[in-house]
Design a protein around this ligand. Structure first.
Ligand code: ADP
Length: 454
């Protein structure tokens, strides 16, 4: 078949462009071996993990504020997670049915930069395309060590209809990124004893260190985080789910027993078979793209995790739309603002940030003024007795334009959007201070923080 646009992958980087281009009258074909829209985010990533996180948070709050002392049903929590995923799969099916996008359940294999084949269940489909959107996302990186085959990844824990439906008693998580910490926090809140083995002396590499230390000081002390503790081996004991994790600490061999071991050692881009035939420039994080999301080959776009610049669903969605707009116009008319993408770590409590933070401002030689407001003064934080943390805004000295901000504590991933909108639109401290945020919600702390410098 001859199409205007072939889209490989139906995640956040794929389907928004599909619908946009279809609406504009282009012939669009999209394929994904999952046979569902939503990508890894919906199938085994953000949506299911955040569903469990919400349930875990409910449980923590009910215990703390209402004296609730029953143990939870993990099976029921997983059932609810599956239900949310199903609801969204259905919603996407409806969107697909209302469009003219042709969708195949199968992998795309590249032949050259105008031809590909979709390995559909019912047989191969040959496609000739004008434009290709490579939206094949990423997958967990699994380092090899003796016994690494006994480790699950977050995909196994969160995937649709997962077989992990019994709450582990003791769990080891290997890694120090956001997936490791979020999962540690969720499982700890649900009642698992969690150990986190971090290879180096810090978690959340690349994040401002003040933000990281604040988070660490607020995490539940029952989460056992061991730094400078690289894993040597995982052994399976007998034929049940019992494992011994052997790691080194100060050159000494140590071990922890667990009934579940999870690897959370980063994600890597996924390239379709035959990608090498496209002659694309590939950089350190993935397929190289500029702000128009075009690759080094002018009819090929690579939004989302596959370019590794900003591996988050909401970023992928916007990059997908940027690709669609530039394809439609045939010339660059839309640009991705990578700097204003909000980033959250959904631990309990959570953190979120956007834009330029102090360490980066220093590296770039930007002189900043900080404005902050403690959540101990926030009414909603008091209602939940989650009054630790703060809102902190960073303004460029002189212009007083906001360049970044962070929230540590209650509602951080929701609240960050207001700061993100301010960063994306270059609002000033005065404009933010003059806004009457909804009372008695935590967003109020944002305008209070801005007002603190006047
Ligand atoms: P993003 O957020 O960038 O969209 P995801 O990882 O959520 O990334 O989604 C990428 C999707 O691409 C997944 O659903 C995956 O099944 C799909 N995919 C991976 N390889 C191929 C391929 N060769 N052809 C089509 N789809 C693919």
């Amino acid at each position: 078949m001859i199409v205007d646009v072939l889209i490989a992958g139906a995640g956040g980087a794929g389907y928004p462009a599909a619908f946009r281009l279809d609406k504009a009258g282009l012939k669009v074909v999209m394929a994904d071996p999952k046979g569902e829209l939503g990508g890894n985010c919906l199938y085994q990533g953000c949506v299911p993990s955040k569903t469990l996180r919400e349930l875990a948070h409910l449980y923590v709050r009910a215990k703390k504020l209402l004296g609730f002392n029953e143990t939870i049903s993990f099976e029921k929590a997983q059932d609810h997670k599956d239900f949310v995923q199903e609801t969204r799969f259905k919603q996407h099916k409806q969107e697909l049915a209302e469009s003219s996008v042709e969708f195949y359940k199968g992998e795309v294999e590249i032949i050259d930069n105008h031809h590909a084949v979709i390995k559909d269940e019912k047989g191969d489909v040959q496609v000739e395309y004008k434009y290709l959107i490579l939206a094949t996302g990423s997958e967990p990186f699994k380092p090899k060590f003796p016994g690494s085959e006994y480790c699950i990844t977050s995909d196994d824990l969160y995937k649709y209809k997962t077989s992990i439906r019994k709450l582990p008693k003791e769990m080891v998580i290997i890694g120090g990124g956001y997936i490791a910490l979020e999962t540690a926090s969720i499982m700890n809140a649900l009642g698992t004893k969690v150990h986190v083995l971090v290879r180096s002396d810090r978690v959340l590499r690349g994040l401002d260190s003040r933000l990281v230390s604040s988070l660490l000081s607020m995490l539940d002390k029952n989460i056992d985080i061991r730094f400078n503790s690289p894993v040597i081996e995982v052994q399976k004991i007998g034929d049940k789910d019992e494992y011994k994790v052997i790691y080194s600490e100060k050159s000494e061999k140590k071990e922890i027993s667990a009934d579940l071991v999870m690897l959370a050692t980063g994600r890597r881009p996924v390239y379709p078979k035959g990608t090498e035939k496209l002659g694309l420039a590939i950089g350190k994080t993935g397929i190289m793209v500029d702000e128009t999301i075009v690759t080094s080959v002018k009819n090929i776009y690579a939004p989302g995790d596959v370019n590794g610049r900003s591996m988050f669903f909401h970023s992928a969605v916007r990059q997908s739309l940027v690709s669609a707009h530039n394809i439609l116009a045939g010339t660059p008319i839309d640009y991705m603002d990578f700097q204003s993408v909000p980033i959250s770590v959904f631990t309990i409590p959570s953190i979120a940030y956007v834009g330029i933070l102090p360490e980066e401002a220093k590296r770039r030689g930007i002189d900043i003024i900080e404005a902050s407001y403690p959540l101990s003064k926030d009414s909603r934080a008091q209602m939940y007795d989650e009054a630790e943390g703060e809102v902190r805004l960073f303004f460029e000295r002189g212009s007083l334009r906001i360049i970044g901000g962070w929230i540590i504590g209650i509602d951080a991933p929701t609240m960050i959007n207001e700061i993100g909108t301010a960063v994306a639109n270059g609002l000033t401290a005065r404009q933010m201070a003059n806004y009457a945020d909804q009372h008695p919600m935590s967003n109020e702390s944002i305008s209070y923080a801005a007002r603190s410098i006047f």
